[in-house]
Design a protein. Structure first.
Length: 213
């Protein structure tokens, strides 16, 4: 049983959160994460379908909640795949996007779609929306103290990060390079060491620009 529980408020339209990714690296399963869908957009917004961030996210949130209830060990994978597809410009209110995310997350596509129509999924989604009232993406509510937990060292090599990503994060991993003060210097998906090195090189270039200002 994990000594610390963090309730994490998010949405498939929210980008991957470097602060959460760092906690996952440092503490692993010593932190229990409870995902709560805030549902950024219930309806399509102005400019749909051309305008980014005009797609409704409620259907994707429902898919994550349905995964949590029926296939809890795949919930993180489903959320991550939806986030990656959204970041790539795929609309979250398109059935093709939801099916692609489910397939990539190793979920039964038809089974998930059918289950998401069940009243229990809708009730759980409504509970998430109510619990999320007034909270923004990436809000964390912690129960317990991180100070009492063992933690792993910071990554010592690109290979170490790649091995961790392959083991713990299904799909293409997403790298975020931060400055010491938390400023995001560069970010991007990667599947090879060369691609990760490219993100890190971009971060170093950005660091030079920031320091020169």
């Amino acid at each position: 049983m994990s000594a610390v529980t963090i309730r994490y408020f998010t949405d498939p339209a929210c980008p991957p959160d470097p602060a959460r990714m760092r906690l996952c690296w440092l503490y692993g399963d010593r932190i229990a994460w409870e995902l709560c869908m805030i549902v950024l957009r219930v309806h399509r917004g102005p400019g749909w379908p051309q305008a980014r961030s005009s797609d409704a996210t409620v259907h994707a949130c429902r898919a994550v909640v349905g995964t949590r209830l029926r296939w809890p060990d795949r919930q993180e994978a489903m959320l991550r795949q939806l986030q990656m597809l959204s970041a790539a410009g795929e609309p979250l209110d398109d059935s093709d996007t939801l099916e692609s995310a489910a397939e990539r997350a190793a979920l039964p596509v038809a089974g998930l779609a059918a289950y998401c129509a069940e009243p229990e999924v809708e009730a759980a989604l409504r509970a998430d929306i109510e619990a999320s009232a007034g909270r923004a993406c990436a809000t964390q509510e912690m129960s317990g103290d991180l100070g009492g937990l063992d933690r792993r060292d910071e990554p010592g090599s690109v290979e170490e990060v790649l091995a961790w990503a392959a083991a713990d994060v299904p799909g293409s991993p997403f790298a975020v390079a931060l400055d010491a003060d938390g400023t995001v210097l560069a970010k991007g998906t990667f599947n090879t060491g060369a691609q990760l090195e490219s993100v890190l090189a971009a971060a170093e270039r950005r660091r030079g620009v920031v320091n020169a200002q």
